[in-house]
Design a binder for this molecule. Structure first.
Ligand code: PLP
Length: 285
């Protein structure tokens, strides 16, 4: 982590200890977060991709957790962080909100900027080897169950990280979760998007509990202007095998095409892949 800012205080030395041992974000994973891409030009001016979409989603996550969220204060914190960040290229920004210290009723809000994970350039260039894993919940498990926090980006990502370690153990790069009744859900840190001809597809949020992806939403909004159809519908792993191109799509890594799914190799379609990456601001690798 190379830059730290504290909600209500502003920029701080990145070495500052900021979490107490009884912070409920630490002891219970009780909080929410956003992961955004910061892009800095050669002149050293930094901006966050689709900041408003991230703040809107964080507002929804905080509401689901019954945590206070003031978008204006977060916007100001992001502005001061960007003004202090000048390293040309891409970086990852995290906005973290926890319930704070046990019994205090005072949430903890932090912003960090870190370099991109070192393996992203290789994954973007070479594509992703993916395995599907059963997430153990049905495609309708989140219906009428707001306490399950479906669609909220909570801090409780231990299961997602465990799934990625399982992928690594099996010689893959990442995972696509499937519901117990066979629906494609999402990836631990990405949405799932695929193309058939000039139609883009993704999986529905809501009853499935998956996170509404800001990158997928931007892609689908722009696709309509660029001679693409866009469809949100339930799908099976067989539908993914039958797709022309399959991507994992997220804010920081961008859209990255899948080159192997459950050990079956997929042909790469560079022209379509480049078109989709560029549509959401990621150059061809
Ligand atoms: N699904 C999950 C579980 C995620 O963690 C993410 C990343 O934040 C996404 C999907 C993709 O969302 P976005 O495009 O907003 O980064």
């Amino acid at each position: 982590m190379r830059l730290l800012a504290i909600l209500g205080e502003g920029l701080a030395d990145p070495a500052t200890p900021v979490i107490c041992a009884d912070d409920l974000g630490l002891s219970r994973g009780d909080g929410c977060f956003e992961g955004c891409r910061v892009v800095t030009g050669t002149g050293g001016v930094s901006a966050v991709d689709k900041l408003e979409a991230h703040l809107t989603r964080m507002g929804h996550s905080a509401a689901a957790l019954e945590l206070p969220f003031d978008a204006g204060s977060w916007r100001e914190l992001v502005t001061s962080a960007c003004a202090a960040w000048h390293e040309p290229g891409e970086a990852g920004m995290r906005l973290l909100l926890t319930r704070g210290r046990a019994g205090s009723g005072v949430p903890t809000g932090l912003l960090t900027i870190s370099p991109l994970p070192s393996f992203y350039p290789r994954q973007r260039r070479e594509g992703l080897r993916i395995i599907t894993l059963d997430r153990g919940t049905s495609s309708a498990a989140y219906t009428d169950a707001p306490w399950l926090l479906g669609g909220a980006k909570t801090l409780s990502y231990a299961v997602n990280m465990a799934a990625q370690r399982e992928a690594e153990r099996r010689g893959a790069d990442d995972v696509i979760f499937v519901s117990s009744d066979g629906d494609v859900l999402e990836s631990p840190t990405s949405s799932v998007v695929w193309s058939v001809g000039r139609t883009l597809h993704t999986t529905p949020t809501g009853a499935s509990g998956i996170l509404p992806g800001t990158t997928q939403q931007l892609l689908f909004a722009r696709a309509a202007d660029q001679d693409w159809q866009a469809v949100v519908a339930r799908a099976s792993v067989d539908d993914l095998h039958a797709a022309d191109v399959l991507w994992l799509v997220g804010s920081v890594r961008g859209p990255v095409d899948v080159v192997a799914l459950d050990g079956r190799y997929r042909e790469r379609h560079t022209a379509v892949d480049t078109e989709i990456r560029q549509m959401v601001g990621f150059p061809a690798p």
